[in-house]
Design a protein around this ligand. Structure first.
Ligand code: ZN
Length: 156
């Protein structure tokens, strides 16, 4: 699927297979939240992002309304991706909102600030994928943090 933000001239492509597996893994942790790291590559002008992979955290704390991961144990993998061709990067994170909508909470927004301030990552415009789901439906939204604001990707 391809999404975009006209105002910023940004677009994002994510493999359907990858999205499906993220949703399935997320749902398997019901009723708790769950999440992971998104990996991808950017076009030469940095305007187009292709999300190709994800990595699951080895260390995390989760409850129905809370998810916190650490990079403990997977730092190595995040760095290894940088050496691949075409170059892949840690581009953002995903997490679920069980029985809820895919709207960022205050905690989500402060978590983004923590990601940006992480000197190891050098992630300027992190992407946030939130999957809201119930027994009968799944809704997900992609967001990007751009110049101190969170923008939602829409259909192109
Ligand atoms: Zn959240």
């Amino acid at each position: 699927m391809i999404l975009g933000i006209d105002k910023l001239g940004l677009s994002l492509e994510a493999n359907d297979e990858l999205l499906n597996s993220i949703v399935e893994i997320g749902k398997s942790h019901y009723p708790n939240e769950f999440g992971g790291f998104l990996i991808g590559n950017y076009s030469d002008d940095n305007k187009r992002l292709h999300i190709t992979d994800m990595i699951l955290p080895e260390n995390f704390k989760a409850s129905r309304y809370f998810f916190e991961r650490t990079t403990k144990g997977i730092d190595k993998f995040l760095v290894n991706y940088y050496k691949e061709t075409p170059k892949k990067f840690y581009v953002g994170e995903w997490h679920t909102h069980p029985d809820n909508s895919p709207i960022p909470s205050f905690t989500d927004i402060s978590a983004i600030n923590a990601i940006i301030n992480n000197q190891n990552a050098c992630l300027v415009n992190p992407v946030l994928l939130i999957i809201g789901y119930s027994k009968t439906q799944v809704n997900f939204e992609f967001y990007v943090y751009f110049e101190n604001k969170l923008y939602k990707y829409g259909t192109c």
